[in-house]
Design a protein. Structure first.
Length: 179
């Protein structure tokens, strides 16, 4: 069933979005696959002017607070499509057959174009409608690894914008929110 979450036609909205791996398969337990996502996010920041304000990459999903003056729906669709191809290509190179078998097994029957499905459908875009909601989503993103028991402090998680805002070394620049 398709999600009722949709991107707005307004080009200046700030969104909280989530990408989840099909059936929550833990692809991002390997640093290489996290870096594939980081490289893709950097590319779309640079080439498509996707603004990434906050993010976290977990073992089987990622969260972003993002915006764009361009067609964000199309950018996110392309980002998910290209990153899926890169992930599959690298799973083949790394001979991670068990993961590929799961991605094939859980592929929706309606998906005729590809052999595998990496991402669950949709990205559940939620418009950030208030400062209160923005702060709640920032805390949700940054404390996700803490809540899961992976680190004791948000800024200890390498694949999180919490490091940027704590003045630590980070893997990707983030964009300030223009108010």
């Amino acid at each position: 069933m398709r999600s009722s979450y949709k991107f707005s036609k307004c080009a200046t909205e700030l969104y909280f979005i989530t990408f989840s791996i099909v059936e929550w398969i833990p692809i991002f337990i390997n640093k290489k696959y996290c870096n594939i996502m980081i490289d893709n996010l950097k590319f779309y920041r640079r080439e498509q002017r996707l603004k990434i304000h906050y993010y976290v990459i977990m073992d089987n999903h990622l969260h972003l607070i993002t915006s764009s003056k361009n067609n964000i729906s199309k950018i996110i669709k392309n980002l998910k499509s290209y990153s899926a191809k890169e992930i599959i290509k690298n799973l083949r190179i790394d001979k991670r057959k068990w993961v590929l078998n799961l991605l094939k097994f859980y592929k929706k029957k309606s998906k005729k174009v590809s052999e595998y499905q990496v991402w669950q459908e949709g990205s559940h875009p939620q418009i950030i409608s208030s400062y209160k909601m923005l702060n709640q989503k920032i805390n949700y993103i940054h404390f996700n690894p803490v809540k899961r028991g992976l680190v004791s402090e948000p800024e200890h998680w390498i694949y999180s914008s919490a490091r940027n805002y704590a003045g630590k070394d980070y893997v990707m620049e983030v964009d300030e929110i223009e108010l």
